[in-house]
Unconditional design. Structure first.
Ligand SMILES: [Zn+2]
Ligand SMILES: [Zn+2]
Length: 931
């Protein structure tokens, strides 16, 4: 019987069950609208697709927790909600992984050949890919699994091909020779964003180039150049000097004999050269340096590529052919030295680019690549953000985004990989021209020749993921019959993602999304505005999850927390709550297990509250008192004659609901979570449940009507609390909500019910009016009174469990209310008897609360004078020590200046508190009877 919950809360037992249930029942599927649905607001999110090779880390769990809270909240608010999951084929990462696998089997990618290798990758994907989605299922992410996609799915590949062909036809895709970042390990071009720069100790070599006269005859003179990559000299095609550099005026028009190679190269004049840097003479290697490449273009210099795809010297390097770049470097330096052409070697710290995937040093290299002419797309993407069609939270990312966009370069979209979307371009063996087509061509579009070979490059992974916002809703096949998804869900409402992919992905989605959506007319045939062409209306950039010491998690530091591991230990709900309780815009999370332990205890508290409630409901049922289930599933209500605690708890619930709704509106997950926590633990458990126990008197003489109303309010507030908690702790709330209905719930899941709401009117009704004499306000006074009595008990050293009498004076304004609720005061403050006074009591042991109440705890303590004297003396010594230590620290000027202000403030406060305790202890000692 579901009311019969196990005694102990065991998250693993319930979480596996519900995770499986949600997926099996397709609870979060959002079907394509048919047009007959009721009018609903839409709230949809596209999940940033993790790499198909990926495993869930803490950053994912944080991102998914925030998204899931918002999605569940909107769903419960009655919106048409859709969260679409999927994975990215992750070109380089996946290819590397399978390459390593085939190498371990003694073969290689090249041995297998393209077709067989790609088949191997698909096979790997079928068996091992998408582990992260399985982990998401276990963690209960409420995505629509029926819409799961993979970026190489057929329909998404059609979109990729259409996008490429359309941009090509629009003249926005071109092929050209440029300096790219080349990874010699991955043997592909990689984008600027995929290069990680790192400072490394290296050298700068000064090399003497012999000067020839205008006729090419050797002279006695040398021109010294400086370089950090001496091996590139094999590809030098000039040396540049500043035209006004007085040291070199006599060299204008002269030539140089390139050492080791023997090629004659010109001295060129260009005011790009900095006279103050190095020797003021710059060797020019257009095929291996982006600046030199530009220089070469200005001066019509030849481009000599001296390295192959693996960064070994090629035939252009003469005797150095076949050597690895670093081996060649050593040999070249040695040869120069031997020939007396090495002028010097200096230590130098270089900023070296590494491949983000495999950490190999990137080689700038001239190669022929495909590019998107990005400016027209960027212009629209800039306008969309400037006009507010897309909003960033935190707002500072707007500036970061615009700054990057306004300095954007053409996008190199080709990769020399096998795994990915192959570029739909064919080279003609007859006329040499290129045919780009939607359907594989059989003849050259220019000369009709059948001698076609397909381009071997594939597209950058981000080209396909950048199209997702349109392609997941059916683009490019948006027809009159086939546009319901697009009309309902585009633009998406929100993107929740990390800063690290702001340029890689967010910016590309904005550019590509607008570019292709703008050509899709609105449903009524009118043209689409920019505001409706954007891929999403809001971007929420979440912060980082760091370790408890605010250090970035990293494998090398060994401080990585595996989310699956701690979920097993504490339960998904506790981990989610930890993340939510610290999440607010722009604030990194210092993940502390101690907090998760605390939230695990919170879940336990909820569990025990449920057990207490069910036990009483069942007891009542045994004597024929049944609670009408219709009181549940809505906001609880109270009548004028409901007791004080019912008015109060219902008003607290409304207040909490209002605060949670407002907080989630502005991504203050922390405020929302902390409000729910305070409400449930503080108000519901610590106060309300304690008072309700007074009403649940099942004795012979009990008032059955009173029990019934008390249980009705108790159940309805508890049920509403579960709904309030549900987006944060979906598992335990699902379990307990089903139990509330004793296995006969009105709908299949708490996630499909309504989220508690409030309004000014509703809150006022729950309060029973406005102002001082409403029951919730009186309850507030009583809470404070109880607090005062508890303190007074402590001061008088009443043993914890002992009930003592209290003499109490109440202001006439609160007298009636007090008389009606004496039982509450007695129970919660452990008072044996309340003696009501006519006048305010006097004396040093009197407590007061705001003029409403004053009173005394009546307690005669038998005092062991020597023991008391010893206790106070010990305390005095301890406090004196504390004050002295604080004074010493605060007297240390350099400490006060250097320490963060909150530390100094804290110390001052602590000192003041200790001083107060010291005075009290001294007074207490003085007050003891003298011997
Ligand atoms: Zn690499
Ligand atoms: Zn042709």
């Amino acid at each position: 019987m579901p009311h019969d919950l196990p005694k102990a809360y065991d998250p693993t037992a319930i979480e596996d069950k519900w995770a499986e249930y949600w997926v099996r029942e397709n609870l979060f599927a959002q079907p394509t609208p048919t047009g007959g649905e009721a009018q609903q607001d839409t709230f949809d999110i596209l999940l940033p697709p993790p790499n198909v090779t990926g495993n869930l880390h803490m950053g994912h769990m944080f991102e998914h927790t925030e998204s899931d809270i918002l999605i569940r909240w909107h769903r419960m608010r009655g919106d048409r909600v859709l969260w679409i999951p999927g994975t990215d084929h992750a070109g380089i990462a996946t290819q590397m992984l399978v390459e390593r696998q085939v190498v371990s089997e003694g073969t290689s990618r090249q041995d297998l050949g393209r077709e067989a290798f790609v088949a191997r990758v698909w096979e790997w994907k079928r068996h091992y890919g998408g582990n992260i989605l399985r982990q998401m299922k276990r963690l209960g992410a409420s995505v629509d699994w029926q819409r799961e996609y993979f970026t190489m799915d057929d329909n998404l590949s059609v979109a990729v091909r259409e996008a490429f062909v359309r941009l090509y036809e629009q003249g926005l895709i071109y092929r050209g020779a440029y300096i790219v970042n080349w990874c010699p390990r991955c043997q592909t071009a990689i984008s600027d964003l995929e290069v990680v720069h790192e400072e490394q100790k290296g050298h700068i070599w000064e090399i003497r180039y012999p000067v020839s006269d205008a006729d090419g005859n050797p002279t006695e003179e040398f021109l010294t150049v400086a370089t950090t990559r001496p091996e590139t000299m094999l590809g030098d095609t000039a040396v540049a000097i500043h035209p006004e550099d007085e040291r070199y005026l006599h060299l204008h028009g002269k030539k140089l004999r390139l050492p080791l190679v023997g090629r004659e190269i010109p001295i060129i004049l260009d005011d790009w050269v900095s006279r103050d840097f190095g020797t003021g003479a710059v060797k020019v290697t257009p095929a291996h340096d982006p600046n030199d490449f530009e220089l070469g273009k200005r001066h019509n210099l030849p481009n000599i590529n001296v390295m192959d795809e693996t960064a070994h010297i090629n035939a252009e390097g003469g005797v150095y052919e076949g050597l690895d770049r670093y081996v060649a470097r050593k040999r070249i330096v040695a040869d120069l030295e031997e020939q007396g052409l090495l002028a010097g070697v200096k230590d130098h710290t270089n900023n070296i680019g590494h491949c983000d995937r495999c950490k190999t040093v990137v080689e700038p290299r001239l190669s022929t690549q495909w590019f998107v002419q990005i400016q027209p797309l960027a212009d629209k993407a800039i306008e969309a953000v400037n006009t507010g069609a897309i909003k960033f939270t935190p707002e500072m990312y707007k500036k970061t985004y615009l700054n990057w966009m306004e300095n954007i370069y053409d996008w190199c979209i080709s990769r020399q990989l096998w795994w990915g979307h192959r570029i739909p371009a064919w080279h003609c063996g007859t006329c040499g021209k290129i045919t780009v087509a939607r359907v594989d061509p059989t003849a050259c579009a220019h000369c009709g020749s059948a001698q076609l070979t397909q381009e071997t490059d594939v597209l950058d992974t981000w080209f396909s993921s950048g199209l997702l916002p349109v392609s997941v809703f059916g683009w490019p096949n948006i027809t009159a019959e086939n546009r319901a998804d697009f009309d309902a869900f585009y633009p998406t409402s929100l993107l929740v993602t990390g800063f690290d992919i702001l340029f890689f992905w967010v910016a590309r989605m904005i550019m590509l999304g607008i570019w292709f959506a703008k050509d899709i007319p609105e449903k009524d045939g009118s043209s689409r505005s920019l505001a409706n062409s954007v891929p999403f209306r809001q971007v929420y950039i979440h912060a980082l999850v760091r370790d408890a010491n605010r250090e970035k998690m990293s494998k090398t530091k060994g401080n990585v927390i595996d989310p699956i591991g701690i979920v097993k230990e504490y339960g998904t709900d506790a981990v989610r709550f930890t993340l939510a309780s610290m999440a607010s815009p722009g604030t990194d999370i210092a993940f502390n297990i101690a907090r998760t332990e605390g939230y695990r205890a919170f879940a336990n508290k909820i569990w025990n509250a449920a057990r207490f409630i069910f036990m009483n409901v069942d007891r009542a049922a045994e004597i024929g008192i049944a609670v009408d289930p219709d009181i549940m599933g809505r906001m609880p209500f109270v009548s004028n004659d409901s007791p004080i605690e019912e008015h109060w708890i219902v008003a607290e619930l409304y207040k909490c609901a209002a605060e949670v709704n407002q907080s989630l509106e502005i991504y203050r997950f922390d405020d929302a979570a902390n409000n729910v926590y305070q409400f449930f633990w503080g108000s519901f458990c610590d106060w309300y449940l304690e008072i309700v126990k007074l009403r649940l008197d099942f004795s012979e003489t009990a008032n059955r009507e009173k029990i019934k109303t008390a249980l009705a309010t108790l159940l309805s507030v508890f049920e509403a609390s579960l709904r309030l908690l549900s987006p944060f702790m979906p598992f335990i709330t699902e379990e307990l909500w089903h139990a509330v209905y004793d296995g006969n719930p009105p709908v299949r899941s708490v996630a499909l019910t309504f989220f508690p709401t409030s309004s000014d009117e509703a809150y006022e009704r729950a309060m029973g009016g406005i102002g001082f004499d409403t029951k919730p306000v009186q309850m507030f006074y009583f809470q404070n009174l109880i607090g005062e009595i508890r303190n007074a008990r402590k001061e008088a050293q009443v043993p914890e469990k002992e009930a003592v009498p209290v003499a109490l004076y109440a202001h006439p304004k609160v007298r009636t209310a007090l008389a009606e609720n004496l039982d509450i005061i007695q129970k919660l403050a452990r008072v044996a008897d309340i003696k009501l006074l006519e006048t305010e009591p006097q004396g040093s042991d009197v407590f007061t609360y705001l003029g409403f109440f004053s009173g005394k705890v009546v307690y005669e303590r038998t005092i062991d004078v020597p023991a008391e004297r010893e206790r106070h003396t010990k305390d005095i010594a301890k406090y004196e020590k504390g004050v002295a230590a604080a004074e010493r620290q605060l007297g240390n000027e350099s400490f006060v200046q250097k320490a963060p202000p909150h530390i100094v403030e804290g110390l001052k406060k602590q000192e003041a508190e200790t001083r107060l305790l010291l005075e009290k202890a001294r007074a207490a000692l003085d007050a003891l009877p003298k011997e």
